[in-house]
Design a protein around this ligand. Structure first.
Ligand code: NAP
Length: 487
């Protein structure tokens, strides 16, 4: 029997996006909502990614809600347990737990006549006026189908599905991939591994984090004089906006500074010339995420670490083999091979007006007006949707703009139906792709920012510009109607 529940709003996901949205709804007097969460706790990506060394690569004073500052961050870049703890505390403090249904895996979202039916795996249907997706972009582990992969008899797992029962000290470990996750876990594994082989396909531009713990005095100041924290937060935001964003736009001087800093760190830490030469990227700075690490090159320079750059040909029972004939023995293989980021919302069958599906709509790559609304899918909002990611600042800053955008759209819709105009969305996306084609992200064949030739994940402008546009929606860009059948 189908269990049917009625709500004004259904939010799917309880990471930063879902929790922040819920909190802002409550602050605006809206409490007729439910959050559906597939796992058994809040936190989203910060719940799943527990690999050794997991931490944020955006400074925590900025990678946190402006409306829930935390003066107690232990490090400039908080470690995963403290970020998860921040979100759990936030959920508690704002009394959000009572709105969350854990263990609810959403399978379908079907629109009809101004209402959505959100169906879950266990047979419940939530009927609502507004469907808000807050499922994030990085939660489907991508594990390449290497020949022989399933025959490996040691331990193997994806970085986001870390098996903590496996001891890695004294073991022969292979890490496949050198992205943001790998850059954090490799230095930890290198400390205790008997031998660590790093399989690198494309090197990254990496600059130092200059991480450090906050002193008790700094924490005391942040607590007692919140204004100081606000100024500090602003200065962190400015660094991303005025130092890194121009690099992505192609600023020559700042780009060459990143190259120089990267190369200096390699020279300082990696004495083996052959190894060092393999670490220097040959593509535009910023085309892939610029990584921040104080420890990565030091780890790669260690004698117990091998850098393998030949293509993997197969995985044996206890080894990884490459096309140049090398064979590396392993007890453990870590797939730090990233995530399937496209198509967006792929695990949910989203059916909009007249039976249109998101899957069909986005067959050539996802798009949405300002990343939040898409034509043919009325009363549906996306948080961290298509073309909203960033390579230079905190996604939380942009999420907050999305919360305010959605709140404004909710208030003008009242009990009706809102849909972005098709012509507006089309024009917006033509402009977006034109601007994206000039940025560093377009200057590389493939990355998780892209779906085929199109950049589908990142926004084309500064985060200030995004914020400005989101917080002042142009109402005439939307069609607002009253439903034919009043619920
Ligand atoms: P990623 O950046 O997509 O890196 C995946 C790595 O796996 C790349 O080095 C890739 O090589 C390699 N790879 C994929 N398929 C391969 C194959 N068949 N053979 C060999 N190598 C292969 O994934 P990620 O490191 O998980 O990071 C994803 C994103 O998560 C980051 O960009 C960041 O936004 C986020 N993240 C954030 C934090 C944080 O601190 N906030 C921490 C971790 C991750 P190619 O480059 O050649 O494709």
């Amino acid at each position: 029997m189908v269990d049917c529940k009625k709500k004004r709003i259904v939010i799917v996901g309880s990471g930063f996006a879902g929790l922040g949205m819920a909190s802002r709804l409550l602050e605006n007097g809206i409490d007729d909502f439910v959050i559906l969460e597939k796992s058994d706790g809040v936190g989203g990506t910060w719940r799943y990614n527990t690999y050794p060394g997991a931490e944020c690569d955006i400074a925590s004073m900025l990678y946190s809600f402006s409306f829930a500052p935390n003066p107690a961050w232990d490090f400039k870049w908080a470690k995963q347990p403290q970020i998860l703890n921040y979100l759990e505390k936030f959920t508690n403090d704002r009394d959000l737990y009572k709105y969350i249904k854990f263990g609810e895996v959403v399978t379908d979202a079907i629109y009809s006549n101004g209402r959505w039916d959100i169906k879950t795996k266990n047979g419940t249907t939530y009927n609502c006026q507004f469907f808000i997706s807050a499922i994030g972009q990085l939660h489907h582990p991508s594990v390449p189908n290497f020949k022989g992969k399933d025959k490996f008899i040691g331990s193997s797992f994806h970085s986001s599905e870390w098996d903590h029962s496996v001891k890695y000290e004294g073991k022969k470990i292979g890490v496949i991939g050198v992205g943001a996750s790998a850059a954090q876990l490799i230095p930890e594994l290198a400390k205790g591994a008997k031998r660590l082989t790093v399989y690198q396909r494309t090197p990254n531009w990496i600059i130092n984090k200059h991480d450090r713990p906050y002193s008790s005095f700094e924490k005391w100041l942040a607590k007692k004089i919140p204004f100081l924290s606000k100024i500090y937060r602003l200065s962190l935001w400015c660094q991303g906006e005025f130092l890194i964003w121009p690099v992505i736009k192609g600023a020559k001087l700042r780009g060459s500074l990143v190259r120089r800093l990267n190369n200096l760190e390699i020279k300082k830490n990696v004495k083996n010339r052959d190894k060092a030469s393999k670490l220097i990227p040959d593509y535009a700075v910023g085309a892939k995420r610029i990584l921040l690490s104080d420890k990565y090159y030091r780890a790669i320079g260690q004698n117990n670490v091998t850098l393998e750059t030949s293509t993997i040909s197969r995985i044996g029972k206890r080894s990884v083999e490459t096309i140049n004939g090398n064979k590396h023995d392993h007890d453990i293989i870590v797939y730090a091979t990233g995530f399937h980021t496209n198509p967006f919302l792929k695990e949910i069958n989203v059916v909009g007006k007249f039976g249109f599906t998101l899957k069909e709509n986005w067959k050539d790559g996802a798009f949405a007006y300002l990343g939040v609304t898409t034509h043919k899918f009325p009363n549906m909002f996306m948080l961290y949707g298509p073309n909203t990611n960033t390579g230079h600042t905190s996604i939380i800053y942009k999420l907050e703009a999305q919360f305010e955008h959605i709140l404004k759209l909710l208030s003008i819709t009242d009990d009706g139906i809102i849909e972005v105009r098709g012509s507006v969305e089309k024009q917006y996306n033509i402009q977006a792709q034109k601007k994206l084609s000039r940025l560093a992200w377009s200057k590389i064949e493939a990355s998780w920012y892209k779906d085929g030739g199109r950049v589908t994940n990142n926004w084309y402008g500064s985060s200030y510009e995004y914020n400005r546009r989101l917080r002042a929606p142009i109402i005439k860009n939307f069609i607002v109607t009253t439903p034919q059948i009043k619920q």
